[in-house]
Ligand binder design. Structure first.
Ligand code: HEC
Length: 177
């Protein structure tokens, strides 16, 4: 009885240790990202169904991968968003190999701007209780964790019209008018 309890504790301990190791990212490869790094979708560049930007100024390289029919690895600085509250940002190569150096963000957005609610790698849960990485890792490898509509991820429970409605209702765009 006691032994099995001990075993369980040890197992749980190692699981926690593993989990905490998964959060460890190489901070020397980390871009500085704050609330102010995020913009209204309307200020980003639309490629297909989603919006992109590049925090390091290399927008052309990000657009090239986002619009490629064969996929590819997004360059550092890439920012991708489908709906205002969910954003992926690419850090420098080697930041966190498990997520291909992507960081997942859950934002709370309003007419006054963006606030980072949750950020991280494999552990980030969105407002609907879904794990970002859990879904996005199903994209076939050449798509660099980007789901799109046909990259192998399970579809979102939202119609295209609902997605367009959420995109055009981005409350942060009011700041620009
Ligand atoms: C239930 C699975 C699921 C969860 C959970 C999820 N996503 Fe997605 N995400 C998708 C799918 C599927 C798409 C593509 C939807 C479409 O265009 O029809 C998508 C699209 C996106 C896009 C646009 C680029 C792309 O991959 O097509 C970004 C950025 C994104 N999600 C970020 C996030 C972030 C950040 C989180 C967590 C806060 C998250 N997602 C949680 C499944 C998920």
């Amino acid at each position: 009885m006691q032994l099995s309890f001990l075993k369980k504790s040890v197992l749980l301990g190692s699981a926690l240790l593993l989990a905490s190791q998964a959060f460890t990212a190489d901070t020397s490869k980390q871009l500085e990202i704050t609330d102010d790094s995020f913009d209204c979708l309307g200020a980003m560049t639309k490629v297909g169904e989603f919006f992109v930007a590049n925090l390091l100024g290399d927008l052309d390289a990000t657009i090239a991968i986002a619009s490629s029919s064969e996929g590819g690895r997004y360059p550092a600085g890439s920012m991708v968003s489908l709906i205002p509250s969910e954003v992926m940002v690419k850090h420098q190569e080697g930041w966190n190999p498990e997520t291909n150096d992507w960081e997942f963000f859950e934002l709370s957005v309003s007419s006054t701007g963006s606030k980072i609610a949750v950020r991280g790698t494999t552990e980030v849960i969105n407002q609907f209780g879904g794990n970002c990485f859990g879904c996005h890792q199903l994209a076939r490898p050449e798509w660099d964790l980007i789901c799109g509509t046909d990259h192998g991820c399970a579809p979102l429970p939202l119609s295209r019209e609902q997605i367009h409605g959420i995109q055009s209702g981005d409350p942060r765009c009011e700041m620009k008018e």
